[in-house]
Design a binder for this molecule. Structure first.
Ligand code: MN
Ligand code: MN
Length: 464
């Protein structure tokens, strides 16, 4: 049952491919710090690989043939790539699905205030964070402001080397006796995660002169009024760039490995497909996983099945029955990061069922918490077929659970896709410091995830 370290099996060519993948991934992370930016990156990649927009295929109305490549976007925050296979769609799709939203700090709709000659933005954090990790560090602001006239202003501040950054202050240690005695969950309150934006008053302004100067700056630089914030989506994210980690450069430190590492691996796997795959292959990049896959861009919305319905119509098999068959006959990897075993916190893990960094792509038969609650639980028969595909392609892979049985847990999009009656298993890259502003992955696990997803897409077949 011993799984080996993946690095030991690489020859020079594999090491070169691994480094190229890691380099591409670091660029992907640095270019996509929000769900919108990641969606944009995926679209660019699809376009340059010859995919056409689904709306274009619909308006042209020509039947789609095997080998056709189509992509669809949901409200600029979720993306689907489809590469049509030789087999009809109702034989099921081979799907790899990840999420492209990550924990962060969102700016409130009425954000600005001044206190004691500092101008702040009030915030509401997004996803599960240890709040104390987000203070006293450089943050960048990313997002959009939609104006009443329909124009949308893109905002990115804090990424260029000569950009300013913003951030949240923390209480000095000298006066922190009471804070240090609190539980970690309470040491920094959610309402204390307010971001300092400015510290210089507007001359001769009586009321809130620092805020006034800030508003003047926003007007001059972005043509924005304070009221425009009512229809803004601004996200404060770590300003740090992703980079090599470890003296041996074997790892990557960066913001948003959860779950952009799987999103990137999926996209790379889609690019490796043969011209006409056997079954239709799909890469699904969803939003809102970190807050329960809710809303019109979360996995619980119907955009995925709607897109499949359109594809069926374009292949001459429109209608509800074919749609149900296509979905129920599908096979899916719910690609999401797993908890990497951390020797410094060994008591949270059961070691022989934990994901080890460097031991390859990880499969979680189930997730959930305390008795598999809320989890998809992949069927043994499906895992049996999966083992064969992975071993046939000499993928380094491991199985894992998310920590000790009684300790905690988590969920993914797996259970939502399983509602269609398709085969689903969770698969991902082990991560250290998950949900922290800077997470850690091993490059070998990224490389094996790409290889695993490509093998799955080309070779997994329906149960006979
Ligand atoms: Mn995740
Ligand atoms: Mn997460």
């Amino acid at each position: 049952m011993e799984r080996k370290n993946a690095w030991n099996q690489y020859d020079d060519a594999a090491l070169e491919a691994l480094e190229a993948a890691a380099k591409g991934y670091i660029a992907f992370l640095n270019g996509g710090k929000t769900e919108r930016e990641c969606a944009q990156e995926a679209v660019q990649l699809a376009l340059s690989a010859g995919y056409i927009p689904l709306e274009q295929a619909i308006s042209e109305g020509k039947p789609l043939a095997p080998g056709a490549k189509v992509f669809a976007v949901q409200m600029k925050k979720a993306v689907m790539l489809f590469h049509l296979g030789r087999q009809p769609l109702d034989r099921g799709l081979n799907i790899v699905g990840a999420h492209i939203d990550s924990p962060r700090i969102d700016i409130k709709q009425n954000p600005f205030y001044e206190d004691t000659d500092l101008a702040y933005a009030d915030t509401h954090y997004y996803g599960g964070i240890k709040k104390y990790q987000w203070v006293a560090r450089a943050l960048a602001l990313h997002g959009v402001v939609a104006k009443k006239d329909g124009t949308v202003v893109n905002v990115t501040i804090g990424e260029d080397d000569d950009d300013p950054v913003v951030g949240v202050s923390d209480l000095l240690i000298h006066l922190a006796q009471e804070q240090m005695g609190k539980k970690a969950a309470e040491a920094v309150a959610g309402e204390s995660l307010d971001i300092i934006l400015a510290g210089r008053p507007l001359k001769d302004e009586e009321k809130d002169p620092v805020k006034a100067a800030l508003l003047k700056l926003l007007k001059e630089k972005y043509d924005l009024d304070e009221e425009d914030m009512l229809s803004a989506e601004l996200e404060a994210v770590p300003a740090d760039k992703a980079r090599d980690f470890g003296l041996d450069r074997s790892m990557v430190l960066g913001y948003g490995h959860d779950d952009r590492v799987c999103a990137y691996a999926e996209l790379q796997a889609m690019l490796m497909l043969p011209e006409v795959p056997e079954y239709t292959c799909c890469c699904l990049l969803a939003d809102k996983e970190e807050i329960g896959s809710v809303g019109a861009t979360g996995m619980q919305a119907r955009y995925f099945e709607n897109a499949v319905a359109e594809l069926l119509a374009l292949t001459g098999k429109g209608g509800d029955l074919y749609l149900r068959r296509a979905l129920a006959n599908s096979r899916m990897l719910s690609c999401d990061v797993s908890a990497g075993y951390d020797p410094l916190y060994a008591s949270a893990f059961e070691k022989k069922n934990a994901a080890i960094l460097g031991h390859g792509v990880c499969y979680n038969k189930f997730t959930g918490s305390r008795g598999k609650s809320g989890s998809n639980d992949a069927n043994a028969e499906f895992i049996g077929r999966l083992r064969k595909v992975m071993d046939d392609h000499q993928v380094a892979w491991q199985t894992a659970e998310l920590g000790k049985v009684d300790v905690g847990g988590g969920g993914t999009i797996a259970y939502i896709c399983a509602l269609y009656g398709m085969e689903v298993i969770d698969s991902g890259v082990p991560v250290l410091s998950m949900h922290a502003p800077q997470e850690i992955i091993n490059k070998a696990d990224l490389y094996e995830a790409i290889r695993a997803y490509a093998a799955f897409l080309t070779d997994i077949a329906p149960c006979v």
